[in-house]
Ligand binder design. Structure first.
Ligand code: ADP
Ligand code: MG
Length: 467
């Protein structure tokens, strides 16, 4: 939940401000006055029992309250500036806030509001102590359809890959590192390929559901060392569980060794952005890169170094949701270490590597921050290639000479400053992911709250409201 709130706060604020009442047990949507009375009279009839309903023609709300076994109806006023109130009462930005207020002050009513008359169709009514974690606003809950008011944009937490498929305790019981071949269906469609083999699309059958998966299939002619590498990758992924990191579902040893992961259908971030330059705003890129910073913060907090963070290894679930992938070079740090020392240099992505990686083979979260800066540069240049045509060794000289890549066209100054700070030569002076995440979040919130009115006037107005 914390992750959901941090990453989606601007959208959530908009949704909450405009639609919070729709989730309340006392909200009965569009019912006639008589039906409201019927519902209030059913069961006990204590003073202050109340409900809110949509008035039939006018598009405004009405409040019906029980007092002395009689029902009183009030119109909720909605003024030009969008505020809600009782006649001559205190004005509020949302119906929900008004109701909360009327629970404390009568504000002209016969009584303060007390017990809600529970809407029989409201999902929350069945489980009043559990807040509706998902499906805020525009998606349906059990048979309850709120008016289609909120923006039609899928939030990460409304997708099937926000939570682990094992978050359900029943499913967790069945979780094993090695999964059965019978439960796996492999498609011919290839999502990607590499020296190891290929990544294929597939479906994994769990007890209660089927999930789309991506399957890294090792070529059978590979040597044992390649197999060991894939097992190491699996071992790392097995320990991670975060909405902004591609999760491993399990390993399958059958016709070949297979690493089964949750699916990020829109593919690598660099390709995604380069093919949709005109459709994706800078704000949208910021949103995705903020999500990447959240995933990296999770790794930093849990002492993992990624070592291959690059736009090609950030996978896109949908336009507003990205996840970090490819843990092929990743390491878990020892309890007392804050860096990993590679004994020998391998086939390294030098353009993404901090000076201490190249000079001393030292990898830490701070060197991941450097790679994050390069990844930011790639993202804000919509899938551009870093350092143009320079070769690895030229890049090293370029960095030593205190040169850095230019600001991508159209990239905001604040973002470029953050990038440049990720490329501070000395790792001790470089910000950590806690700082990077906070900085990109602050900027992202500041721009996303300024959604232009022509896009959605209602949304923008709601976003400006303190709630
Ligand atoms: P490599 O170590 O060869 O870089 P990756 O893990 O990056 O392997 O995967 C290679 C390609 O396979 C990716 O660029 C992407 O196109 C595809 N791929 C990998 N994992 C997934 C996934 N979970 N969902 C969708 N596509 C994936
Ligand atoms: Mg890769």
């Amino acid at each position: 939940m914390e992750q959901a709130i941090i990453s989606q706060a601007p959208q959530l604020e908009k949704l909450i401000a405009t639609t919070a009442h729709e989730k309340m047990p006392w909200y009965h949507s569009k019912i006639a006055r008589q039906e409201g009375e019927r519902r209030l009279y059913s069961g006990a009839q204590p003073d202050g029992k109340f409900l809110v309903r949509d008035r039939e023609e006018s598009g405004t709300f009405a409040l019906s309250v029980m007092y002395g076994k009689t029902t009183y109806h009030y119109q909720i006023l909605h003024d030009k500036s969008g505020k809600y109130s009782m006649p001559e009462g205190t004005k509020f930005d949302t119906v929900w806030q008004l109701v909360e207020y009327l629970k404390m002050k009568p504000d002209g009513l016969v009584t303060i509001l007390r017990e809600p008359c529970v809407n029989p169709n409201c999902a929350m009514a069945a489980t009043p102590t559990v807040p509706p974690v998902r499906r805020i606003g525009f998606l349906q809950t059990n048979g309850y359809t709120p008016p289609p008011k909120a923006p039609d944009r899928t939030l990460p937490m409304d997708t099937s890959v926000y939570e682990s498929p094992y978050s359900d305790p029943e499913a967790l019981k069945e979780k094993k590192l090695f999964i059965k071949r019978e439960q796996l269906m492999i498609d011919e469609v290839e999502l990607g390929s590499g020296n190891f083999g290929s990544v294929k699309k597939g479906v994994y059958k769990m007890r209660k559901k089927q999930i789309d998966v991506a399957i890294k299939v090792l070529k059978s002619e590979n040597e044992k060392s390649v197999k060991d590498e894939m097992m190491k990758e699996a071992e790392i992924m097995h320990q991670l569980d975060n909405p902004y990191i591609v999760r491993m579902i399990g390993i399958c040893q059958a016709e070949s060794l297979m690493l089964v992961m949750e699916m990020a259908a829109s593919g690598p971030l660099n390709k995604f952005l380069s093919s949709r330059k005109d459709q994706i705003s800078v704000e949208n890129v910021t949103e995705l890169m903020h999500q990447v910073s959240l995933g990296m913060l999770y790794l930093e907090e849990n002492n993992f170094v990624h070592r291959d963070l690059a736009a090609r290894n950030v996978l896109v679930v949908n336009q507003h949701y990205a996840k970090i992938s490819d843990f092929g070079l990743s390491k878990a740090l020892g309890a007392d270490d804050n860096y990993y020392k590679a004994r020998t240099a391998g086939k390294w992505p030098l353009k993404w590597y901090a000076p201490e990686c190249i000079n001393f083979h030292k990898f830490s979260s701070k060197s991941d921050v450097w790679s994050y800066g390069i990844t930011m540069w790639e993202a804000f240049s919509y899938g551009g290639k870093p350092y143009k045509k320079m070769k690895g060794p030229e890049v090293i000289n370029f960095i030593v000479a205190e040169k850095r890549m230019d600001c991508p066209t159209g990239c905001p100054d604040v973002i470029y400053t953050l990038m440049m700070d990720c490329w501070i030569y000395k790792h001790v002076e470089r910000p950590d992911f806690a700082k990077v995440e906070e900085r990109i979040r602050t900027y992202y919130y500041s721009v996303s709250k300024k959604t232009p009115p022509e896009e959605n006037a209602e949304e923008a107005a709601a976003a400006a409201l303190p709630i």
